[in-house]
Ligand binder design. Structure first.
Ligand code: ZN
Length: 187
């Protein structure tokens, strides 16, 4: 079993040599960036998998890795991954929008998406925005198991505060790893 972890956005994501921070939100003069928070979650998730002797491939390890969004699925394929987990934060004009959702493309991945959704709602107590099928996202074109987790809304104070909490990050990454390994070993 080899898992690809894809922290959303980052260097050269949309345009070569340009850093894509993803969604941003300024609070008391500090700019929070989706790309940075997703990376922190990605690295934490890597540690959880590795502690369980599960092999991990990262589409990016830091803010300087050049990782075009259109090449991420094929990078994971070339690395021999069985599953692809993309991590993002949501954004909306209205700061009151909140909650967590898991996206999938292939109907075969609906069961895993639902398991992740249910388990993560239980752990985070965030609003359940339900799983959603998306056929237009490049990273979900990965040939194999693929899900994209929108962990919460960056501009929503409750969601963001939760996601920045180290204990919550620990609980979320442990939950993702447990659900994914359980699902893959049952297939
Ligand atoms: Zn994103």
């Amino acid at each position: 079993m080899k898992i690809c972890i894809d922290p959303g956005h980052g260097m050269s994501n949309r345009q070569t040599g340009i850093y894509d921070p993803g969604a941003t939100h300024v609070e008391n003069g500090f700019e929070f960036q989706e790309a940075a928070i997703a990376l922190r979650y990605g690295l934490a998730l890597k540690d959880v998998f590795r502690a369980q002797q599960v092999e991990v491939f990262m589409t990016r390890d830091d803010a300087t890795d050049h990782t075009p969004v259109g090449s991420r699925a094929s990078m994971a394929k070339a690395a021999g991954c069985d599953a692809f987990i993309s991590l993002h934060l949501n954004d909306f004009d209205d700061d009151s929008a909140n909650g967590l959702e898991v996206l999938f493309r292939d109907s075969d991945d609906k069961v895993l998406a639902q398991k992740l959704q249910d388990s993560l709602i239980k752990v985070t107590k965030m609003r359940d925005r339900k799983i959603k099928q998306r056929t237009d996202l490049a990273v979900l074109k990965f040939e194999g198991v693929a899900v994209l987790i929108e962990l919460g809304f960056i501009a929503n104070d409750n969601d963001r505060t939760k996601l920045l909490n180290a204990q919550m990050r620990d609980a979320i990454t442990r939950t993702i790893a447990a659900v994914v390994t359980d699902h893959l070993s049952a297939v």
